[in-house]
Design a protein around this ligand. Structure first.
Ligand SMILES: [Zn+2]
Length: 161
């Protein structure tokens, strides 16, 4: 889950780009101060990126990928716990409560989709897609790492009579 914290930090930094974008847009009406009707700029300079619906095919696939990656993270974490390893991003108690941990994973998926929506809403369509791509990459890497961890063998003291 520390990955998720890093991911959220990335999103917060990315969101700070928004005020700059707003300033850029507010300049346009100032061109009309002279009272002369302003010709719409030629199509050469004002080609706007084509808007897309938020729930388009690409986002459907990306969000399904995020959900799949979180599911993989869920099962790999439980597998790691069964093999005696310690959870490092959350507490062991949070992970060992399976329903609660599943809710955390679902929440992480929801936060990711929400962040994508915010980027979409403010016209940052590349960041919107990259949010899911980065999330899938990090969660999958974490899951592979969980499965790769060696099983912890704890020594048990046996006293013989
Ligand atoms: Zn978009």
């Amino acid at each position: 889950m520390k990955r998720s914290i890093g991911f959220l930090t990335f999103l917060i930094f990315a969101c700070t780009a928004k005020p700059l974008y707003s300033q850029e847009r507010s300049r346009a009406p100032a061109d009309n101060i002279g009272g002369q009707p302003v010709q719409p700029k030629s199509s050469k300079t004002t080609i706007l990126p084509i808007e897309h619906h938020f729930w388009d095919k690409e986002n459907d696939l990306l969000f399904a990928g995020v959900a799949a990656a979180r599911t993989l993270d869920y099962f790999s974490t439980l597998n790691m716990r069964r093999r005696g390893r310690q959870e490092i991003f959350l507490t062991n108690d949070a992970v060992d409560n399976h329903a609660g941990f599943a809710a955390i994973e679902a929440g992480a998926t929801g936060v990711s989709i929400g962040a994508s929506y915010i980027f979409h809403r403010y016209g940052h369509h590349k960041l919107e897609r990259w949010t899911s791509i980065v999330h899938v990459g990090l969660a999958t890497t974490g899951a592979v790492r969980n499965y790769s961890l060696k099983t912890a063998h704890t020594a048990v003291a046996v006293t013989r009579p």
